[in-house]
Write a protein that binds this ligand. Structure first.
Ligand code: ZN
Length: 137
């Protein structure tokens, strides 16, 4: 998980906070809830990013803020945990879509060989996202 976070940290200003209550993205090591697969049926997965909007107080002001719970299943090989974390953190940081190229961290289905770092395409997608009005750091 730390290695996956470091990959994203090279591309994004990520600030780690002491209290989970202050965080916009929280990482959990536990079995993810069942969710819809490609065919719409409920199935298990190695990781999941769950988005919700919450009312939070920032600098004395109440505002709606997206919060993401990233849930990573502990029952995997270390490289698989890293690849799953890299992928799910990508969702948490705004890349909600999937790539059809299995060499990308954001590939729709996990590669036989785990993707342990961001591809040039993952980075390009993130840069494009950050250029959208109101989304930059
Ligand atoms: Zn995904």
């Amino acid at each position: 998980m730390e290695a996956a976070l470091a990959s994203w940290q090279a591309e994004l200003p990520i600030q780690r906070v002491a209290s989970p209550n202050q965080a916009q993205v929280r990482l959990w090591r536990r079995k993810p809830p069942l969710g819809p697969g490609a065919d719409g049926a409920l199935r298990a997965s190695h990781g999941r990013a769950l988005l919700e909007l919450r009312q939070v107080q920032r600098l004395g002001q109440w505002q709606l803020e997206p919060q993401v719970e990233v849930v990573i299943s502990p029952g995997q090989r270390p490289e698989a945990i890293q690849a799953t974390s890299l992928h799910e953190l990508g969702h948490a940081f705004g890349l909600w879509g999937h790539s059809d190229d299995s060499g990308d961290a954001m590939a729709v289905s996990p590669n036989a060989k785990p993707v342990l770092d961001l591809s040039a395409r993952d980075r390009a997608t993130l840069r494009w996202l950050l250029l959208q009005p109101g989304l930059g750091p």
